[in-house]
Every structure is written in C-alpha cells, then in structure tokens.
Design a protein around this ligand. Structure first.
Ligand code: GRF
Length: 203
C-alpha cells in the first residue's frame, strides 16, 4: 500500500498512455506521482508532454553506452535517484534484459495492444487483422524477460469490425488502453496485486 506512489514512465513515441496517466492523476482517479519520464528516443512527443506538465524527464539511449549492462545500470541509477517504486512502460521500444527486470521484479508494468498471449511483439493490431480474429483488445501485465510476456493484470476486449483498418482497430483499442493502464497502477498502489505462481490475483 502506497500513499502516493512514485512511478517512472518509460516511453519511446507519442505518449498517449503517458497522457492518460497524467490526466488520471490530475483528476484524482490515480493517487500517484510521476517521478521521472525516460525516453529512449530524443524526438519522442512524449517528452514534450512531460515538459508541458513540468515533469522530470530525460533521454537515455542504449546506443550511447558501450554495453547493455552499462545502459541498464544507468537506467536503474536514474530511477533510484528519483525514488521510483513502480516502472510503467508505455510504448517503450527498448528490450530490457533480466538484469533490469530483476531489479524491479513485479514492479514493472507494460501495456500491449492485444489480448496476450495472442499477438506479442510489434504491429499487434495488424497481426490481429491478418489472423482474422473477431475480438482483440489490450493487456496490462507485469514485464518479465520475454517480449510482451509476464503475469497479466488487466485486459479489455474490443470487437474487430468488418472493414477495420490498422488505424481504426488501433483507435478502438487505444481508448481502452487509456482506461485500464491508470486503473492497473491504482490497483498496484493500493497493494491489491499479488503475484502467485506466475498469475496475478487481484485482492
Ligand atoms: C500503445 O498501443 C501501447 O499499447 C504499445 O505502444 C503504443 C504506445 O502508444 N505498447 P503511446 O506512445 O502511449 O501513444
């Protein structure tokens, strides 16, 4: 149970999930503080959003470090400096190794635009359309060392409609992402997520 949990948000792109976290904090649905926003892309629109709300933010790129270990050690250092208790990946594109995962085991969340374990990896919405599934959605999960794998926290389903494009399906899924990510963070902050045998129990 955290009074006002400090989260670190990892981003790479436009940052609409970061925005939904900011909005939820602002309107009181989420009792949290964003300690730091870290981007692996210096051009990320998410960084502009962080600036706009006066949030601590920084660019840390793997390519600026000699080894993955050095890069991840720096990430951990910055998160610790900012007293981050929960790491929220929100469209973050750099793969994190078991070293990093171990530092924050069951304290790193990720959001993915499919009903995992279906369609992990990039272009999840396109994968869903190519497969022809009739229902897709989004998943918030604790990250483990795999790609888009780890204990599932919350999921929301959306229909795949006749004539859907990647854009229209992505839009429908994104609206649900923006609802369930802040909700999952609030559940964590309230101490209501317990991981047992690789599964999340919501108390
Ligand atoms: C979202 O669809 C998220 O599920 C995926 O990457 C996208 C990020 O979008 N992991 P945004 O940067 O939060 O707008």
């Amino acid at each position: 149970m955290y009074d006002d949990i400090i989260i670190g948000v990892l981003v790479s792109g436009r940052g609409t999930n970061l925005q939904s976290i900011i909005d939820s904090i602002e309107d009181g649905r989420l009792n949290a503080e964003i300690g730091i926003v870290i981007s692996d892309n210096p051009e990320a629109k998410a960084l502009d959003r962080a600036e706009k709300y006066d949030l601590n933010n920084t660019y840390i790129g793997k390519e600026d470090f000699a080894t993955t270990a050095d890069y991840e050690a720096r990430m951990v250092e910055v998160l610790e400096e900012n007293e981050v208790e929960l790491v929220a990946m929100a469209g973050f594109m750099t793969f994190l190794s078991s070293y990093f995962i171990d530092q924050y085991r069951n304290r790193i969340m990720n959001i993915h635009p499919s009903l995992l374990p279906a369609f992990p990896g990039p272009n999840a919405q396109e994968q869903a359309l190519d497969y022809g599934v009739k229902i897709s959605g989004c998943t918030v999960h604790f990250a483990d060392e795999g790609i888009d794998s780890g204990p599932v926290i919350l999921q929301e389903a959306v229909p795949v409609l006749e004539g859907d494009t990647v854009e229209s399906l992505s839009r429908r899924i994104l609206a649900e992402e923006h609802r369930i990510y802040p909700k999952a963070i609030q559940l964590f902050a309230n101490g209501r997520l317990v991981v047992k045998d690789g599964k999340v129990e919501i108390l």
